[in-house]
Design a binder for this molecule. Structure first.
Ligand code: AMP
Length: 216
């Protein structure tokens, strides 16, 4: 089953994707994570993407489309995948459909996390991530056991440089103008399911799980 997780930054897509990946054995593909790792490793793609990401703008379509095509063609995505943060423009959605068509696959479901801007802002501004393993925490909703230290690897927790107030506002604006139209795109395709992104992690998962079947 191939699923797109659609919704604004701070909707909880990444958090749900981690739970869904574990529970249903689907591959979690986050373009944000792939790009951050490219930036950290100083690759050519990372160098090109860095300034867009810092400003909260979208990285050019061609770069992300190629990254995703390469990632989902690997063997570990055969059982299905969860696309988190992709597609973000109509062009990306069209290219995804085309690439999947060539693989005799398709987007089976699009979960649209409808989320209030005030909830997104609170989640993003309180988010802290582990510098070493990338695990996510939240100062209020999901605090680490020890302040500033990752529960899983003892790494230091930091704030993402695009989780600052000015950049958060820009990311939400970019979402509305560039990604918002995808709601209509997938409605037309008949794959869109709306879920309430304002719910907390557990409640939201209970609402989403019915769309998936248990891992064998
Ligand atoms: P995210 O972790 O999904 O919030 O993504 C962080 C940043 O990576 C975004 O603000 C964009 O700059 C970039 N990015 C991630 N996914 C995409 C995409 N599908 N298209 C363009 N830029 C992206």
């Amino acid at each position: 089953m191939n699923v797109v997780l659609l919704g604004p930054p701070g909707a909880g897509k990444g958090t749900q994707a981690k739970v869904l990946e574990e529970k249903f054995g689907l591959l979690h593909v986050s373009t944000g994570d792939i790009l951050r790792s490219a930036v950290k490793n100083g690759t050519e793609i990372g160098k090109k993407a860095k300034s867009y990401m810092t400003r909260g703008e979208l990285v050019p379509d061609l770069i992300v489309i190629d990254l995703v095509k390469e990632r989902i063609s690997k063997d570990d995505g055969k059982k299905g995948f969860l696309l988190d943060g992709f597609p973000r423009t109509e062009r990306q959605a069209e290219e995804l459909d085309k690439a999947l068509g060539e693989m005799k696959r398709s987007v089976d479901k699009v979960l649209y996390f409808k989320t209030s801007p005030s909830v997104s802002v609170k989640r993003l501004s309180g988010r802290r991530v582990c510098k070493v393993c990338g695990a996510n925490f939240h100062l209020v909703n999901m605090p680490p056991k020890r302040q500033g230290i990752c529960d899983y690897c003892d790494g230091a927790l930091i704030q993402r440089n695009d989780d600052t107030e000015a950049t958060i506002n820009n990311r939400l604006r970019v979402y509305e103008s560039e990604t918002g139209p995808l709601i209509g795109y997938y409605k037309k395709e008949g794959t869109l399911e709306e879920v309430n992104g304002d719910l907390d992690v557990k409640e939201l998962f209970q609402n989403i799980r019915k769309f998936f079947s248990e891992k064998k």
